[in-house]
Design a protein around this ligand. Sequence first.
Ligand code: ATP
Ligand code: MG
Length: 255
Amino acid sequence: MGNVFAVTNQKGGVGKTTTTVNLAASLAENGKKILLVDLDPQGNASTGCGINGVVLEKSSYDVIMGEAPAAEVIVKRDDFNFDVMPTNSDLTAAEVELLDEDLREHRLRLALEPIRADYDFILIDCPPSLSMLTLNALVASKGVIIPVQCEYYALEGLSSLLKTVERVRQRANPTLEITGLVRTMFDARNNLANQVSRQLITHFERKVFHALIPRNVRLAEAPSHGVPVLDYDRSSRGSIAYMALASEFMRREKS
Ligand SMILES: Nc1ncnc2c1ncn2[C@@H]1O[C@H](COP(=O)(O)OP(=O)(O)OP(=O)(O)O)[C@@H](O)[C@H]1O
Ligand SMILES: [Mg+2]
C-alpha cells in the first residue's frame, strides 16, 4: 500500500480526474513509473488518456471482481509515459455485485498486490461518492489526495469524507493518511475563493499543497484530445501548476 494514492472527494466536478491524469503525467515526466487506475464508472480518466471504454474487452471491473489479474487489464502504450488500468460503465455493476462478496472492501488492495512493486506511484481516480468503489480505493491506499474547489460548500462535504477516512483507518487500514488537499480551478481574483482557501489552511495547515491549480482552459480542453495537458500545451498555466504539484508530492513522499 506504500505507493498507492486515492484521489477522492465525493463532491462531483471538483477536479479529481483532471488532478489524477495530470499528476500522473507530471510524475511520469519526472521519470517516475506510474499507474493510473480508473475506478469511476464514468470512465473520464480513461477517455482523458485516449482510451475508448466502449471497446474495452477487460476493465477495472474485471479486476475488482476477481475475474482478471491486474496485469491483463493494464494498458501500456508507446505514446504515453504512464500505464492506465481503464474502465467503462460496466463498473457500475460492481457496486451491487460486491455487496455479496467476501472481503468486498479489500478487492482492489488484493488485486494490486502482484503489480504494486512495478510502479513508483499508483494513483486511483475515484467516483463522486463514498461508495463501495471508493472504500476499495481507501483500503488499498497509503494516502488520500483531496482536490477541493474553493467555493461555498467545499468544507461541508469534507467532514463526511474525513469521517469515512477515519472509519477505514479504524477497521481496515490503520496507516491510511491524508496526503494533502489540492486547491483546484482557483481564481485569485475571486474573494470567496481566497476566503475558502484561508479556511482550508486554518483547518488543515501543512496538509494543503502550496501548488495552486488555476482555472485554465487548456486543462479543460486536453481531455477532448485524449491527452494530459503536458502533451497538449506544455507551457500552459495548467501544465506548470501540475508540474509544481508533482514536485511537491515527490518531496512529501520522500520524507
Ligand atoms: N483547473 C481547471 N481549469 C479549468 N477547467 C477545469 C480545471 N479542472 C477541471 N476542469 C474541468 O472541470 C470539469 C470537472 O473536472 P473533473 O472531471 O476533473 O472533476 P471530477 O471531480 O473528476 O468530476 P466527477 O466528480 O464527475 O468525477 C471538467 O470539465 C474539467 O475539464
Ligand atoms: Mg472524475
